[in-house]
Design a protein around this ligand. Structure first.
Ligand code: ADP
Length: 160
């Protein structure tokens, strides 16, 4: 079975990677679909987010990295894949995720959203927390792989 794991990945964290690795074991093919939405004001450009995902999932040969803009339901049709994966950390994620899953199914009745419960080690972890800590010169090495940490440092120094 082929699945799509959509998100902002701004930047990718160990929480995302845990979901990706578990998906890669369970499903034949995993498409990580990075939302390229100008309105969302991302910290990392779409190319940076795609590159970081490629670098951190190199060891998984059934994982494809792609980007999309617009509606996920349209992207799903284009990719001929109607199974979406989303991660659930806490009850606080539930309301938004439920709303998105129902809205997507309303647009395209074939779309099913499957939820994967976060690894308990990463239940508190989000890209925004990583960005916040990094902006205040905190150590993010336990939240993200080295390549993400190094890229974040370069970004903060204004080198990229
Ligand atoms: P979005 O803006 O679409 O929520 P994110 O990149 O923040 O994009 O998250 C993408 C998906 O990964 C979401 O389903 C989110 O719940 C999940 N996710 C994010 N962080 C974690 C984590 N620490 N553990 C499990 N799932 C996570």
């Amino acid at each position: 079975m082929k699945v799509i794991y959509p998100g902002s990945f701004d930047p990718v964290t160990y929480g995302h990677l845990d979901i990706i690795e578990r998906c890669a074991k369970k499903f034949d093919h995993v498409i990580i679909a990075v939302l390229n939405n100008v309105a969302k004001n991302a910290a990392f450009s779409i190319d940076e987010r795609l590159w970081l995902l490629k670098e951190t999932t190199k060891h998984l040969d059934n994982v494809e990295i792609d980007s999309f803009s617009g509606l996920l339901a349209d992207y799903a049709k284009e990719k001929n894949c109607t199974t979406m994966i989303r991660g659930l950390r806490a009850v606080s994620d539930f309301e938004y995720e439920m709303q998105m899953a129902l809205a997507n199914r309303k647009i395209n009745n074939d779309i099913e959203t499957l939820f994967m419960v976060s690894n308990s080690d990463y239940v508190y972890l989000s890209s925004s927390i990583v960005r916040e800590i990094a902006y205040h010169n905190g150590d993010i090495s336990c939240f993200v792989p080295k390549v993400v940490e190094d890229t974040m440092k370069k970004k903060l120094k204004g080198d990229i």
